[in-house]
Design a protein around this ligand. Structure first.
Ligand code: CO
Length: 256
């Protein structure tokens, strides 16, 4: 194994060269102040990269990622990102985006409790345990995991909306919209799960996450999106999902 990463440094030169050839002012523009309109809170999974998934250039989306896109309201990292995004960058939209087949979410469903990751996942694990009868009644393991991935997104949107940072922004009249999305690695498409939140009143009117676990609903989809989903389904790319950011939970090691 090589001790250096010359191949990556060479790739970097090739990338910077091709960008500059295509657009001589590209890096000059990048060096100016960033003004992204979006904050993305997503999973660390190497296949779910915000800019690629959204088709956005550098500078267009501010990004925070962690295993299973968990929002801990005592996590200085995410709170700092949120505060900077809302109060300084003045992003207009915050997207919490999970993904189907998430290994972090899968880990929360198993009994093993030996890793730091299990502390990280604890709020979501507790939600699962509380509603274990309902979740475990989903016979198909893949569908069960996918359902939990959706619930996780909805839970984390609620937790973002509960932070004083977001409350303060809404109270001073700042336009700020929260979204819950999920990405499918097997077809490259995003699904809008909701909830959409733009005010404290909307947040407070939401059914609880417990109610949402007990009353699942199909994600709403626009006509264009429905056509895309059907087209991709016909190609036969049904969910043969590999484990994601974390190794197979049946293994004890963790490799985010
Ligand atoms: Co994941």
């Amino acid at each position: 194994m090589s001790r250096t990463l010359d191949h990556l440094l060479d790739q970097n030169v090739a990338w910077a060269d091709s960008r500059t050839r295509a657009d001589p002012h590209y890096f000059l523009r990048m060096s100016e102040v960033q003004r992204p309109a979006y904050l993305w809170i997503g999973c660390s999974d190497s296949r779910v990269t915000a800019n690629d998934v959204l088709g956005l250039d550098p500078g267009e989306v501010f990004v925070h990622r962690n295993i299973a896109n968990i929002v801990h309201t005592s996590d200085l990292n995410i709170l700092s990102v949120l505060e900077y995004a809302v109060e300084h960058l003045k992003v207009e939209h915050i997207i919490v985006c999970g993904h189907y087949g998430c290994g972090g979410v899968e880990r929360a469903l198993v009994a093993e409790r030996s890793a730091m990751l299990d502390h990280w996942l604890q709020p979501f694990t507790m939600l699962y345990r509380k509603h274990r009868d309902v979740i475990d009644a989903i016979a198909d393991a893949g569908r069960r995991l996918d359902r939990m991935c959706e619930i996780n997104v909805e839970m984390q949107v609620r937790r973002v909306a509960a932070t004083p940072i977001i409350e303060k922004a809404w109270m001073r009249g700042q336009a700020l919209n929260l979204h819950g999305w999920i990405y499918a690695v097997h077809d490259g498409l995003l699904r809008d799960l909701g909830p959409h939140l733009s005010s404290i009143a909307e947040r407070d009117a939401l059914p609880t996450i417990d109610a949402r676990v007990l009353a699942p609903a199909e994600p709403p989809a626009t006509m264009k999106r429905r056509q895309a989903l059907e087209a991709f389904a016909r190609v036969g790319l049904e969910s043969e999902l590999a484990a994601c950011c974390v190794c197979d939970p049946s293994q004890h090691g963790v490799s985010p």
